[in-house]
Write a protein that binds this ligand. Structure first.
Ligand code: IVH
Length: 682
């Protein structure tokens, strides 16, 4: 039978495509297609080859289990080949029935015969690994490679804490097969770190597309020093060669033995009897999937009895006794309709891609974060682009890559706006920072709630009773837009709010009235200027003496303040340069408004404790921790959180614990409150 030319051409084209994408995926760890798309092409080719066996070529991607062997690693021939498993194409939970029916047919079972027993497992989305132990000692770790020959990655794998280096009571030779992967939280942290490195100008650094790629990159990292910094995890799910081991009868027994030998085995495995149990397992794990700390792309069913496994045997390189049953993909293709900039409650600007709605990771996604300017540039996401979107777990959806071939002509590079899209104040990016921030902190409506809560907190204006719930309510009801509105509130405004009685309203008004008498450092701190904490606010107040002097100060003048560096000086200057911020301050300082005693700039009195480090521990008889800290800092001391050789004094009160012990151990001077007062008095 000759194959129609059309089909021959399609098969050739598919092979070309699959070769290209397999190289991107396995060798470069830089896939250009979501896995689901790759799988689709792969299945199409597989189907063509099944219908027309003449089409099959030995180098067809379907004839290879895994990727390719990387240059740079020693090659390992697996003594027992590392097999692949067939994927069930019906993605519905009921798809599990196809597998059970096939197994029963191949075993020659009749309708009335007993159900087949299976082990159902998670299908981890990582990299297959074979670990070889001789005399109980890890001697070799290898990747799957093409299933016959893999790469020797022992050095890198030794850095994975979960993999035992030595076993107790293990067989003379034991090969354990399992999946090395990266947990989602570890992946997020790693990418965050990578982004910071890139923002700081590091060359040759990149972020990773997904946890699997990050794990693959770490395992096949030629520099074990770098591999060590990449947090990997491991689950065992199978075995290769075993010499002088116990006689096992079921897959489940082996898993339990692996666990006893010290290997991590996933908790979520189940012995299932018949198709109904498999369907129930698929459904249950599907519901739990998002809550798992790592990615799975499906579940795996395996015939439990090793004798039956043997009877079932293999087709090419896939066992008949196992199948992978997948879930909807966590990566999909879609297009970018626009790129908007979102302003967070702290003023951070985040570019967000608005997407053609797409069903991914179990929900319809319409937005995906681009994180920041550098990330958007690095990925070069543009309006009109076709992109890979990822949503896994409850992590916010993300654009992981652009499909370069599908870019429409005439597209424009994305640039971050230099003004806040919400309030029009300047948006600035500080040196060494990845993010742009709106400088209209007091005025910007995106930052309203945050600014009000910051202003009202105990260490700032100390407005008792003005908590998150009330602020939410007032902002949402439109009663408060900016800080000065707080002091324009009347009883009627408050009583109109839900669940606000007259008594509580009176209390809030009283607290507001009381808060008007404050101090310059508290007021300054309350403004929420970036990088101005309580201690910087005190330094500024002490140095300049009054608010107007601070508002008018140039960056140079600000730099004269002890402990104020360029980042803080720039930030203070930029804040007061914004007309909107000045306007808010003027409205707060009206007659009968917020007031404090302004003084002359403090003559730089010598600080008795300059350069000294003090640690506070336990409860002092009359001073609160805050007060003691304030007094110490005013005297020039640095108040530290833990005791070390560099600590000069430890001030200990009642129920002091380990810090006091540590101080005694290191011979650091220990003082009580009285001793502290003596010290402050010089
Ligand atoms: S069993 C003979 N069990 O899925 C069966 N594989 O093609 C050999 N995988 O890349 C595999 N979780 O690394 C098996 N619980 C599990 C698995 C699992 C993930 C991966 C495996 C391989 C692919 C199977």
């Amino acid at each position: 039978m000759t194959v129609p030319a059309r089909i021959q051409e399609r098969a050739d084209a598919l092979r070309e495509l699959l070769h290209h994408h397999a190289h991107q995926y396995y060798v470069l760890d830089a896939p250009e297609l979501p896995d689901a798309e790759y799988d689709k092409l792969f299945c199409e080719l597989q189907a063509l080859e099944e219908q027309h066996p003449e089409l099959l070529t030995p180098d067809s991607p379907t004839q290879r289990v895994g990727g390719r062997v990387l240059e740079g690693f020693a090659k390992v021939r697996h003594r027992v080949p590392m097999l692949s498993i067939r994927t069930e194409t019906d993605i519905e939970p009921s798809g599990a029935r196809n597998f059970d029916a096939r197994v029963r047919r191949e075993l020659g079972l009749k309708e009335g015969d007993a159900p087949v027993e299976y082990v159902a497992e998670l299908k981890f989305d990582g990299l297959a690994l074979s670990l070889r132990y001789e005399g109980g000692v890890l001697v070799q770790a290898a990747t799957r490679g093409d299933g016959e020959v893999g790469e020797e990655v022992t050095q890198n794998i030794r850095t994975v804490g979960q993999i035992p280096l030595r076993l107790r009571d293990a067989p003379a030779v034991l090969e354990v097969r399992g999946e090395v992967f990266m947990r989602r939280d570890d992946f997020e942290r790693l990418n965050e770190l990578q982004r910071e490195k890139i923002a700081k100008g590091a060359k040759n650094e990149k972020t990773f597309v997904n946890p699997r790629n990050a794990a693959a990159g770490a395992v096949r990292q030629l520099d074990p020093g770098i591999a060590r910094q990449r947090p990997l995890s491991f689950f065992a799910y199978g075995w290769g060669e075993i010499v002088d081991g116990p006689a096992f009868e079921t897959h489940h027994e082996v898993l339990m033995a692996l666990k006893a030998w010290g290997f991590p085995v996933a908790e979520r495995i189940a012995v299932a009897r018949g198709a109904d149990d498999l369907v129930a397992y698929h459904q249950a794990v599907g519901r739990e999937r998002d809550a798992l700390p790592y990615d799975i792309d499906g579940v795996v069913y395996k015939v439990n009895s090793l004798a039956l496994q043997k009877r079932l045997g293999f087709v090419t390189r896939e066992p008949r006794w196992a199948v992978a049953h997948k879930y909807p993909a966590q990566e999909q293709l879609t297009t970018v309709e626009s790129i908007d900039v979102y302003v967070g409650r702290t003023g951070k600007l985040t570019p967000v891609a608005r997407l053609q709605p797409v069903f991914v990771g179990g929900v319809t996604v319409t937005n995906a974060t681009l994180h920041n300017e550098d990330e958007a540039r690095r990925k070069d996401v543009r309006v009109g682009d076709t992109v890979i979107v990822r949503r896994a777990g409850d992590v916010i959806p993300e654009v992981v890559a652009v499909v370069p071939d599908k870019r429409p002509p005439g597209s424009q590079v994305f640039t971050m706006p230099r003004i806040c899209p919400v309030c029009g104040s300047a948006a600035v990016r500080e040196e060494g920072e990845a993010d742009y921030r709106c400088t209209g902190g007091l005025f910007c409506s995106a930052q309203r709630k945050h600014a009000i809560l910051h202003f009202a907190q105990r260490r700032a204006l100390d407005i008792e009773g003005l908590g998150e719930k009330l602020v939410d309510q007032m902002v949402e009801a439109g009663v408060i837009r900016t800080l000065p509105d707080l002091y324009r509130l009347g009883l009627a405004n408050l009583v109109a709010l839900e669940r606000m009685g007259e008594k509580s309203a009176q209390n809030v008004l009283a607290a507001l009235g009381k808060s008007k008498r404050t101090t310059l450092p508290r007021f300054l701190y309350g403004l929420g200027i970036r990088h101005v904490g309580e201690s910087t606010a005190r330094d500024l107040a002490r140095h300049f003496g009054n608010l107007d002097a601070i508002m008018e100060a140039s960056v140079e003048r600000l730099l004269e303040v002890p402990d104020v560096g360029p980042i803080v000086a720039e930030s203070v200057h930029a804040f007061f340069q914004q007309p909107h911020n000045r306007e808010v301050i003027e409205q707060l300082r009206v007659p009968n408004g917020v007031q404090w005693e302004e003084g002359m700039p403090a003559v730089q009195a010598p600080k008795p404790l300059a350069g000294r480090t003090v640690v506070l521990t336990g409860t002092l008889p009359t001073l609160s921790r805050e007060e003691a800290k304030e007094m110490l800092e005013a005297a020039g001391a640095k108040v530290a959180g833990s005791v070390s050789k560099k600590t000069d004094y430890v001030v200990a009160g009642a129920e002091a614990g380990s810090k006091l012990d540590k101080a005694r151990e290191l011979g650091v001077t220990v003082l009580d409150e009285e001793g502290l007062r003596g010290l402050l008095a010089g």
